[in-house]
Design a protein around this ligand. Structure first.
Ligand code: EPZ
Length: 420
């Protein structure tokens, strides 16, 4: 079993180029099912979730050429089945992103209830309600969702709560439905905007991109395109926090600072020094780390996917920080692992209370999900002595070659196989 071995205490120095966003690349790959013609994608991150979705599309008969260096060629015209392979779908939540495009382009889809990070309950009821409004028949039995529709039609879909997943699926399905669809209380994440821009580039008619209300006028079909995926704001945020927690000086190039404004405001409030340019962010870690109070919210609020990493930073704060989790009711598994590293982290209901300590000390820890993994790597980089981090399979799902990229910044981190 692979583990990361970290010798902490070295301030990180240097710069890195941001990778493409996992949470944009995945729905964009799924949306290629809507295209009549080849799709070329650039800046596709070399992470295991991308390989999982590649495996799903290939198992369904699509052609996908990808060698992990960012360029991907897709041809979905050779699809042979609309039933997704269960064993792969269970690996990640985003697998369900193919349902909307399958329904819209092929009139049917069969996808098992998705797996992925255990962040508490992750139902797909809002996706299904949206498909039904668009005229589909949907039934969910024994863990499988089957959806059929001769032809989808326009509808007014008001989401009772903001959902990235349901917004993506209904948006994709509406692009080739008969008539106009209004999506209200949509998610406005940059990854949603990137997906909408990809769909528009393929010929879709979408108004209000990035707003809470989008209007989609269905078109006959979408065509192939060459598209570059947006920078990964969550990967960028994780590296900025690694720079701050080690008292280092790190610059991330090729990113979109405005996509991170909630985090950057917090880091300033925490006393960190930031230099923000059009497409780069430099952080210089400063002490003391000032305590704060923050809640996770849908975009443009503070993202739940940077919650564990921010808590890691706050463990070395000069007082008490509180983080309230409003998106996922089970996103606290990382807390006990930070306690193993010497952090004073307590969870009560949806609140995480962090009392700052003088130092963290290396220890064996286990990553229970992708972003928890990012947080444990940050904490281990600041801890005195050696840490070993298991659950690397989670980290690899969201972070491309994390140990190689951190080593470029001077971190003492390696990957090693351990007998279990
Ligand atoms: C997306 O998950 C991201 N995943 C998550 O990132 C991210 O944490 C989340 O959005 C919130 O920003 C991808 O983009 C692949 P939601 P998703 O639908 O689509 C509830 C990472 O580490 N809900 O916005 O699953 C749901 O249970 C991952 O990269 C319903 O009740 O998030 C949650 O409490 C982790 N019914 C809330 O809404 C539904 O049908 C938000 O979920 C759908 C969601």
């Amino acid at each position: 079993m692979a583990r990361l071995v970290v010798h902490g205490g070295t301030p990180l120095h240097g710069s890195l180029e941001a990778n493409g966003a996992k949470n944009a690349a995945l729905p964009i790959m799924a949306a290629a099912l809507l295209a009549k013609g080849k799709v070329t994608l650039r800046r596709v991150p070399n992470i295991s979730d991308v390989w999982t979705l590649t495996g799903i599309l290939k198992a369904m008969g699509c052609k996908v050429e990808y060698d992990g260096t960012g360029l991907m060629e897709l041809d979905t015209s050779t699809l042979t089945t609309t039933k997704a392979p269960d064993h792969l779908v269970r690996k990640m939540n985003a697998s369900f992103d193919i349902m909307g495009p399958l329904l819209a382009a092929y009139g049917e889809g069969e996808v098992s209830l998705p797996g992925g990070c255990n962040l508490g309950s992750r139902p797909v009821d809002l996706h299904i309600a949206g498909f039904r409004k668009l005229g589909a028949e949907v039934n969910s039995q024994k863990g499988f969702v089957r959806a059929t529709a001769k032809k989808l039609h326009g509808a007014h879909i008001l989401f009772p709560k903001v959902s990235v997943g349901a917004t993506k699926n209904c948006l994709m399905a509406a692009t080739v439905a008969d008539g106009e669809t209004v999506l209200e209380n949509c998610a406005r994440e940059p990854e949603i905007i990137d997906l909408a821009n990809f769909l528009i580039a393929m010929g879709a008619k979408i108004h209000g991109v990035g707003r809470q209300k989008m209007r989609v006028t269905g078109v006959k079909q979408l065509h192939g395109i060459d598209y570059s995926v947006v920078a990964d704001r969550i990967e960028v945020g994780t590296y900025l926090i690694a720079g701050a927690i080690t008292g280092g000086d790190v610059t991330i190039l090729g990113c979109v600072p405005e996509h991170l404004s909630s985090l950057l405001d917090l880091l300033k409030e925490m006393g960190q020094e930031l230099t923000i340019n059009e497409d780069s962010i430099r952080i210089q870690g400063r002490r003391p780390i000032t305590p704060i109070s923050v809640s996770t919210e849908p975009y443009p609020g503070f993202p739940t996917d940077l919650h564990p990493q921010l808590v890691a930073l706050a463990t070395l704060g000069s007082g008490t920080t509180t983080v309230t989790e409003n998106i996922f009711n089970g996103r606290f598994m990382y807390a006990m692992e930070l306690v193993r590293l010497g952090g004073d982290v307590r969870v009560s209901h949806r609140d995480v209370v962090i009392r700052g300590v003088k130092q963290l000390d290396g220890a064996p820890v286990d990553a229970p999900d992708i972003r928890a993994g990012g947080a444990l790597v940050c904490a281990a980089l600041a801890a005195h002595g050696e840490s070993t981090i298991s659950g690397v399979n989670f980290i690899d799902r969201g972070y491309q070659e994390i140990e190689k990229r951190l080593s470029l910044l001077g971190a003492k981190i390696t990957r090693a196989d351990f007998e279990d």
